[in-house]
Design a protein around this ligand. Structure first.
Ligand code: SF4
Length: 373
Protein backbone atom coordinates (compact mmCIF):
# COMPACT_ATOMS: atom_id res chain seq x y z
CA UNK A 1 0.00 0.00 0.00
CA UNK A 2 1.57 3.31 -0.97
CA UNK A 3 1.71 6.29 1.38
CA UNK A 4 -0.43 8.37 -0.97
CA UNK A 5 -2.70 5.93 -2.81
CA UNK A 6 -4.64 8.78 -4.44
CA UNK A 7 -1.53 9.43 -6.52
CA UNK A 8 -1.04 5.86 -7.70
CA UNK A 9 -1.36 5.07 -11.39
CA UNK A 10 -1.62 1.41 -12.39
CA UNK A 11 -0.17 1.05 -15.84
CA UNK A 12 -1.74 -1.31 -18.33
CA UNK A 13 0.51 -4.29 -18.86
CA UNK A 14 1.96 -4.08 -22.34
CA UNK A 15 4.65 -6.05 -24.06
CA UNK A 16 7.94 -4.26 -24.59
CA UNK A 17 9.50 -3.30 -27.89
CA UNK A 18 12.82 -1.59 -28.50
CA UNK A 19 13.28 1.59 -30.46
CA UNK A 20 17.03 1.31 -30.87
CA UNK A 21 18.34 1.30 -27.31
CA UNK A 22 15.16 2.80 -25.86
CA UNK A 23 12.58 0.38 -24.46
CA UNK A 24 8.90 1.20 -24.99
CA UNK A 25 6.20 -0.60 -23.04
CA UNK A 26 6.38 -3.09 -20.20
CA UNK A 27 7.85 -1.40 -17.16
CA UNK A 28 9.97 1.05 -19.17
CA UNK A 29 9.58 4.74 -18.36
CA UNK A 30 7.05 6.49 -20.57
CA UNK A 31 9.06 8.11 -23.33
CA UNK A 32 8.68 11.50 -24.97
CA UNK A 33 8.85 11.83 -28.73
CA UNK A 34 8.68 14.64 -31.20
CA UNK A 35 9.05 15.03 -34.93
CA UNK A 36 11.34 17.23 -36.96
CA UNK A 37 9.78 19.77 -39.29
CA UNK A 38 12.86 20.59 -41.37
CA UNK A 39 13.40 19.12 -44.82
CA UNK A 40 14.99 15.74 -44.15
CA UNK A 41 17.21 16.23 -47.20
CA UNK A 42 18.58 19.32 -45.44
CA UNK A 43 20.90 17.31 -43.23
CA UNK A 44 22.47 20.22 -41.33
CA UNK A 45 19.13 21.84 -40.45
CA UNK A 46 17.65 18.52 -39.34
CA UNK A 47 20.67 17.56 -37.23
CA UNK A 48 20.57 21.01 -35.58
CA UNK A 49 16.88 20.62 -34.78
CA UNK A 50 17.31 17.10 -33.40
CA UNK A 51 20.16 18.32 -31.19
CA UNK A 52 17.96 21.07 -29.74
CA UNK A 53 15.33 18.43 -29.00
CA UNK A 54 17.99 16.23 -27.40
CA UNK A 55 18.96 19.10 -25.11
CA UNK A 56 15.30 19.37 -24.12
CA UNK A 57 15.39 15.66 -23.20
CA UNK A 58 13.62 13.97 -26.12
CA UNK A 59 13.85 10.16 -25.99
CA UNK A 60 12.92 9.28 -29.58
CA UNK A 61 12.74 11.45 -32.69
CA UNK A 62 10.55 10.92 -35.76
CA UNK A 63 11.76 12.06 -39.14
CA UNK A 64 9.68 12.10 -42.33
CA UNK A 65 10.91 10.20 -45.35
CA UNK A 66 8.63 11.20 -48.22
CA UNK A 67 11.22 10.65 -50.98
CA UNK A 68 14.62 9.15 -51.78
CA UNK A 69 16.43 12.40 -51.03
CA UNK A 70 15.04 12.11 -47.50
CA UNK A 71 16.22 8.55 -46.91
CA UNK A 72 19.62 9.59 -48.32
CA UNK A 73 19.56 12.46 -45.81
CA UNK A 74 18.53 10.10 -43.03
CA UNK A 75 21.66 8.00 -43.55
CA UNK A 76 23.77 11.11 -42.96
CA UNK A 77 21.67 12.43 -40.05
CA UNK A 78 21.61 9.28 -37.91
CA UNK A 79 25.39 9.05 -37.26
CA UNK A 80 25.35 12.67 -36.05
CA UNK A 81 22.63 12.35 -33.40
CA UNK A 82 22.15 10.41 -30.16
CA UNK A 83 18.46 9.55 -29.99
CA UNK A 84 16.92 6.69 -31.98
CA UNK A 85 15.01 7.64 -35.10
CA UNK A 86 11.55 6.61 -36.20
CA UNK A 87 11.30 6.97 -39.97
CA UNK A 88 7.88 8.21 -40.98
CA UNK A 89 6.71 6.44 -44.12
CA UNK A 90 3.46 6.73 -45.99
CA UNK A 91 2.64 4.30 -48.81
CA UNK A 92 6.12 3.97 -50.37
CA UNK A 93 7.46 0.64 -49.19
CA UNK A 94 10.84 1.33 -50.80
CA UNK A 95 11.32 4.32 -48.50
CA UNK A 96 10.78 1.96 -45.56
CA UNK A 97 13.46 -0.41 -46.79
CA UNK A 98 15.86 2.47 -47.46
CA UNK A 99 15.15 3.93 -44.01
CA UNK A 100 15.88 0.59 -42.35
CA UNK A 101 19.14 0.39 -44.29
CA UNK A 102 19.94 3.98 -43.30
CA UNK A 103 19.85 3.04 -39.63
CA UNK A 104 16.32 3.96 -38.54
CA UNK A 105 15.41 2.28 -35.25
CA UNK A 106 11.71 2.09 -36.04
CA UNK A 107 9.47 2.46 -39.07
CA UNK A 108 6.18 4.26 -38.78
CA UNK A 109 4.23 2.53 -41.48
CA UNK A 110 0.78 1.01 -41.96
CA UNK A 111 1.31 -2.35 -43.64
CA UNK A 112 -2.20 -2.30 -45.07
CA UNK A 113 -1.35 0.80 -47.09
CA UNK A 114 1.75 -0.33 -48.92
CA UNK A 115 0.17 -2.59 -51.52
CA UNK A 116 0.90 -6.26 -52.09
CA UNK A 117 1.68 -8.94 -49.56
CA UNK A 118 5.09 -9.27 -51.23
CA UNK A 119 5.90 -5.65 -50.42
CA UNK A 120 4.89 -6.18 -46.81
CA UNK A 121 7.18 -9.22 -46.65
CA UNK A 122 10.06 -7.14 -48.03
CA UNK A 123 9.52 -4.38 -45.46
CA UNK A 124 9.26 -6.88 -42.61
CA UNK A 125 12.44 -8.58 -43.82
CA UNK A 126 14.26 -5.22 -43.92
CA UNK A 127 13.02 -4.42 -40.42
CA UNK A 128 14.18 -7.79 -39.09
CA UNK A 129 17.53 -7.61 -40.88
CA UNK A 130 18.26 -4.15 -39.45
CA UNK A 131 16.74 -4.55 -35.98
CA UNK A 132 13.92 -2.08 -36.54
CA UNK A 133 10.66 -2.06 -34.68
CA UNK A 134 7.56 -0.52 -36.24
CA UNK A 135 4.68 1.71 -35.34
CA UNK A 136 1.26 1.28 -36.83
CA UNK A 137 -0.22 4.77 -36.95
CA UNK A 138 -3.97 4.93 -37.42
CA UNK A 139 -5.38 8.41 -37.94
CA UNK A 140 -9.08 9.27 -37.85
CA UNK A 141 -8.56 11.52 -40.86
CA UNK A 142 -7.29 8.75 -43.11
CA UNK A 143 -9.31 5.68 -42.18
CA UNK A 144 -9.67 2.97 -44.82
CA UNK A 145 -12.69 3.30 -47.08
CA UNK A 146 -14.21 -0.08 -46.14
CA UNK A 147 -14.24 0.96 -42.48
CA UNK A 148 -15.79 4.34 -43.24
CA UNK A 149 -18.47 2.55 -45.24
CA UNK A 150 -19.05 0.06 -42.43
CA UNK A 151 -19.20 2.64 -39.62
CA UNK A 152 -20.39 5.73 -41.51
CA UNK A 153 -17.73 8.03 -39.96
CA UNK A 154 -14.50 7.74 -37.98
CA UNK A 155 -15.64 6.24 -34.68
CA UNK A 156 -13.49 4.60 -31.99
CA UNK A 157 -14.51 1.08 -33.07
CA UNK A 158 -13.45 1.80 -36.66
CA UNK A 159 -10.06 3.05 -35.51
CA UNK A 160 -9.48 0.02 -33.30
CA UNK A 161 -10.53 -2.29 -36.15
CA UNK A 162 -8.14 -0.52 -38.51
CA UNK A 163 -5.28 -0.88 -36.03
CA UNK A 164 -5.98 -4.57 -35.50
CA UNK A 165 -6.18 -5.20 -39.24
CA UNK A 166 -2.74 -3.66 -39.73
CA UNK A 167 -1.44 -5.57 -36.71
CA UNK A 168 -2.74 -8.85 -38.15
CA UNK A 169 -0.73 -8.31 -41.32
CA UNK A 170 2.47 -7.98 -39.30
CA UNK A 171 1.57 -10.91 -37.05
CA UNK A 172 0.94 -13.06 -40.14
CA UNK A 173 4.49 -12.18 -41.14
CA UNK A 174 5.74 -13.33 -37.77
CA UNK A 175 6.52 -9.77 -36.70
CA UNK A 176 5.47 -8.59 -33.27
CA UNK A 177 7.90 -5.76 -32.45
CA UNK A 178 5.51 -2.91 -32.98
CA UNK A 179 3.56 -0.29 -31.13
CA UNK A 180 0.33 1.29 -32.19
CA UNK A 181 -1.26 4.72 -32.21
CA UNK A 182 -4.89 5.65 -32.94
CA UNK A 183 -4.82 9.42 -33.19
CA UNK A 184 -7.58 11.91 -33.81
CA UNK A 185 -7.80 15.66 -33.46
CA UNK A 186 -10.98 15.18 -31.43
CA UNK A 187 -10.03 14.45 -27.83
CA UNK A 188 -13.08 12.25 -27.15
CA UNK A 189 -12.52 10.17 -30.26
CA UNK A 190 -8.80 9.72 -29.61
CA UNK A 191 -9.31 8.81 -25.95
CA UNK A 192 -12.11 6.32 -26.69
CA UNK A 193 -10.09 4.71 -29.48
CA UNK A 194 -7.07 4.27 -27.21
CA UNK A 195 -9.26 2.83 -24.45
CA UNK A 196 -10.72 0.32 -26.89
CA UNK A 197 -7.31 -0.60 -28.26
CA UNK A 198 -5.84 -0.95 -24.76
CA UNK A 199 -8.43 -3.63 -24.05
CA UNK A 200 -8.09 -5.35 -27.42
CA UNK A 201 -4.33 -6.01 -27.40
CA UNK A 202 -1.19 -5.84 -25.33
CA UNK A 203 0.97 -3.94 -27.79
CA UNK A 204 2.60 -0.79 -26.43
CA UNK A 205 0.63 2.33 -27.24
CA UNK A 206 1.99 5.57 -28.63
CA UNK A 207 -0.35 8.33 -27.45
CA UNK A 208 -1.16 11.51 -29.29
CA UNK A 209 -3.93 13.95 -30.06
CA UNK A 210 -3.16 14.83 -33.64
CA UNK A 211 -3.37 18.26 -35.25
CA UNK A 212 -4.05 19.60 -31.77
CA UNK A 213 -3.40 23.24 -32.68
CA UNK A 214 -0.94 25.91 -31.66
CA UNK A 215 1.16 26.10 -28.52
CA UNK A 216 -1.62 27.08 -26.11
CA UNK A 217 -4.66 25.24 -27.49
CA UNK A 218 -2.62 22.21 -28.50
CA UNK A 219 -1.07 21.98 -25.06
CA UNK A 220 -4.48 22.06 -23.44
CA UNK A 221 -6.00 19.48 -25.79
CA UNK A 222 -2.99 17.19 -25.43
CA UNK A 223 -2.94 17.54 -21.68
CA UNK A 224 -6.58 16.52 -21.48
CA UNK A 225 -6.35 13.71 -24.04
CA UNK A 226 -2.93 12.26 -23.30
CA UNK A 227 -3.17 13.17 -19.62
CA UNK A 228 -6.48 11.42 -19.01
CA UNK A 229 -5.25 8.25 -20.74
CA UNK A 230 -1.98 8.21 -18.81
CA UNK A 231 -3.90 8.78 -15.61
CA UNK A 232 -5.96 5.70 -16.46
CA UNK A 233 -2.71 3.76 -16.91
CA UNK A 234 -2.83 3.70 -20.71
CA UNK A 235 0.15 4.71 -22.84
CA UNK A 236 3.82 3.84 -23.16
CA UNK A 237 5.21 6.68 -25.25
CA UNK A 238 3.77 10.09 -26.08
CA UNK A 239 4.00 12.74 -28.75
CA UNK A 240 2.44 16.12 -28.17
CA UNK A 241 1.48 17.49 -31.55
CA UNK A 242 1.74 21.28 -31.78
CA UNK A 243 1.94 23.81 -34.57
CA UNK A 244 5.08 25.04 -32.85
CA UNK A 245 8.79 24.36 -32.42
CA UNK A 246 9.36 20.61 -31.76
CA UNK A 247 11.31 21.63 -28.65
CA UNK A 248 8.02 22.96 -27.24
CA UNK A 249 6.42 19.56 -27.89
CA UNK A 250 9.17 17.91 -25.86
CA UNK A 251 8.77 20.37 -23.00
CA UNK A 252 4.98 19.96 -22.91
CA UNK A 253 5.38 16.17 -23.08
CA UNK A 254 7.61 16.16 -20.04
CA UNK A 255 5.34 18.58 -18.21
CA UNK A 256 2.38 16.24 -18.73
CA UNK A 257 4.41 13.31 -17.37
CA UNK A 258 5.71 15.40 -14.48
CA UNK A 259 2.21 16.56 -13.56
CA UNK A 260 1.17 12.92 -13.22
CA UNK A 261 4.29 11.88 -11.35
CA UNK A 262 5.18 9.48 -14.15
CA UNK A 263 8.55 10.92 -15.01
CA UNK A 264 10.76 13.58 -13.52
CA UNK A 265 13.17 15.74 -15.43
CA UNK A 266 14.40 19.19 -14.57
CA UNK A 267 12.97 21.66 -12.14
CA UNK A 268 9.31 21.50 -11.26
CA UNK A 269 8.40 25.04 -10.19
CA UNK A 270 5.43 25.37 -7.87
CA UNK A 271 4.27 28.98 -7.77
CA UNK A 272 1.19 30.88 -6.72
CA UNK A 273 -0.80 33.06 -9.12
CA UNK A 274 0.00 36.09 -6.90
CA UNK A 275 -2.47 38.64 -5.54
CA UNK A 276 -2.51 41.84 -3.50
CA UNK A 277 -0.73 40.03 -0.67
CA UNK A 278 2.39 39.27 -2.70
CA UNK A 279 5.60 40.61 -1.18
CA UNK A 280 7.59 40.47 -4.45
CA UNK A 281 6.71 40.26 -8.15
CA UNK A 282 5.85 36.55 -8.34
CA UNK A 283 4.97 36.40 -12.04
CA UNK A 284 8.13 38.07 -13.31
CA UNK A 285 10.31 36.17 -10.83
CA UNK A 286 8.90 32.82 -11.98
CA UNK A 287 9.17 33.77 -15.65
CA UNK A 288 12.88 34.62 -15.38
CA UNK A 289 13.57 31.76 -12.99
CA UNK A 290 12.08 29.12 -15.32
CA UNK A 291 14.12 30.53 -18.17
CA UNK A 292 17.34 30.47 -16.16
CA UNK A 293 16.70 26.95 -14.84
CA UNK A 294 15.82 25.37 -18.17
CA UNK A 295 19.31 23.84 -18.47
CA UNK A 296 18.92 21.80 -15.27
CA UNK A 297 18.00 18.17 -15.96
CA UNK A 298 18.14 16.91 -12.37
CA UNK A 299 14.64 16.29 -11.03
CA UNK A 300 13.93 18.89 -8.33
CA UNK A 301 11.07 20.89 -6.92
CA UNK A 302 11.20 24.62 -6.21
CA UNK A 303 8.37 26.62 -4.69
CA UNK A 304 8.02 30.35 -5.27
CA UNK A 305 5.12 31.73 -3.25
CA UNK A 306 4.14 35.36 -2.83
CA UNK A 307 3.38 35.41 0.90
CA UNK A 308 3.12 33.41 4.09
CA UNK A 309 -0.48 32.31 3.41
CA UNK A 310 0.73 29.29 1.43
CA UNK A 311 4.50 29.73 1.31
CA UNK A 312 5.70 27.77 4.34
CA UNK A 313 3.31 24.88 3.60
CA UNK A 314 4.44 24.54 -0.01
CA UNK A 315 8.11 24.97 0.96
CA UNK A 316 7.87 21.98 3.31
CA UNK A 317 7.38 19.69 0.31
CA UNK A 318 10.10 21.10 -1.94
CA UNK A 319 13.87 20.96 -2.32
CA UNK A 320 14.19 24.75 -2.42
CA UNK A 321 11.43 27.06 -1.22
CA UNK A 322 10.98 30.80 -1.36
CA UNK A 323 8.23 32.73 0.41
CA UNK A 324 7.63 36.47 0.31
CA UNK A 325 7.87 38.25 3.67
CA UNK A 326 7.09 41.82 4.76
CA UNK A 327 9.69 44.59 4.36
CA UNK A 328 12.10 42.50 2.37
CA UNK A 329 12.26 39.62 4.82
CA UNK A 330 11.68 36.89 2.30
CA UNK A 331 12.32 33.40 3.58
CA UNK A 332 14.42 30.77 1.83
CA UNK A 333 13.82 27.10 2.70
CA UNK A 334 16.14 24.23 1.92
CA UNK A 335 14.81 20.68 2.10
CA UNK A 336 11.65 22.04 3.68
CA UNK A 337 13.42 23.82 6.54
CA UNK A 338 13.82 27.63 6.97
CA UNK A 339 17.41 28.36 5.93
CA UNK A 340 17.94 32.12 5.66
CA UNK A 341 16.23 35.39 4.79
CA UNK A 342 16.62 37.51 1.70
CA UNK A 343 16.01 41.13 0.77
CA UNK A 344 14.41 42.27 -2.50
CA UNK A 345 17.59 42.43 -4.60
CA UNK A 346 18.91 39.54 -6.66
CA UNK A 347 16.18 37.04 -5.74
CA UNK A 348 16.36 35.14 -9.03
CA UNK A 349 20.13 34.85 -9.15
CA UNK A 350 20.21 33.73 -5.54
CA UNK A 351 17.62 31.00 -6.20
CA UNK A 352 19.37 29.90 -9.39
CA UNK A 353 22.61 29.53 -7.40
CA UNK A 354 20.85 27.43 -4.75
CA UNK A 355 19.19 25.20 -7.35
CA UNK A 356 22.44 24.67 -9.27
CA UNK A 357 24.26 23.75 -6.06
CA UNK A 358 21.49 21.36 -5.04
CA UNK A 359 21.44 19.79 -8.51
CA UNK A 360 25.21 19.27 -8.38
CA UNK A 361 24.83 17.67 -4.94
CA UNK A 362 22.08 15.30 -6.14
CA UNK A 363 24.11 14.33 -9.22
CA UNK A 364 27.18 13.69 -7.06
CA UNK A 365 25.15 11.44 -4.76
CA UNK A 366 23.78 9.61 -7.76
CA UNK A 367 27.27 9.04 -9.16
CA UNK A 368 28.52 7.77 -5.80
CA UNK A 369 25.54 5.43 -5.48
CA UNK A 370 26.14 4.11 -8.99
CA UNK A 371 29.85 3.60 -8.25
CA UNK A 372 29.01 1.77 -5.01
CA UNK A 373 26.77 -0.61 -6.94
S1 SF4 B 1 0.25 32.74 -1.70
FE1 SF4 B 1 -0.13 34.81 -0.98
S2 SF4 B 1 0.48 36.11 -2.71
FE2 SF4 B 1 0.24 34.07 -3.52
S3 SF4 B 1 -1.85 34.06 -4.25
FE3 SF4 B 1 -1.90 33.20 -2.21
S4 SF4 B 1 -2.35 34.92 -0.86
FE4 SF4 B 1 -1.73 35.78 -2.86
Amino acid sequence: MSVRPYRDIYRRKSRQVMVGSVPVGGDAPITVQTMTNTLTADVDATVAQVRRCEEAGVDIIRISCPDEASTDGLAKIIPQIQVPVVADIHFHYKRAIEAAEAGAACLRINPGNIGSAERVREVVKAAKDHGCSMRIGVNAGSLERHLLEKYGEPVPEAMVESALEHAKILEDNDFFDFKISVKASDVFLAAAAYQGLAEACDYPLHLGVTEAGGLRTGTIKSSIGIGSLLWAGIGDTIRVSLSADPVEEVKVGFDILKSLGLRYRGVNVISCPSCARQQFDVIETVRVLEEKLSHITTPMTVSVIGCVVNGPGEARETDIGFTGGGKGTHQVYIAGQPAHRLKDEGIVDHLVGLVEAKAAEIEQERLEAAAAE
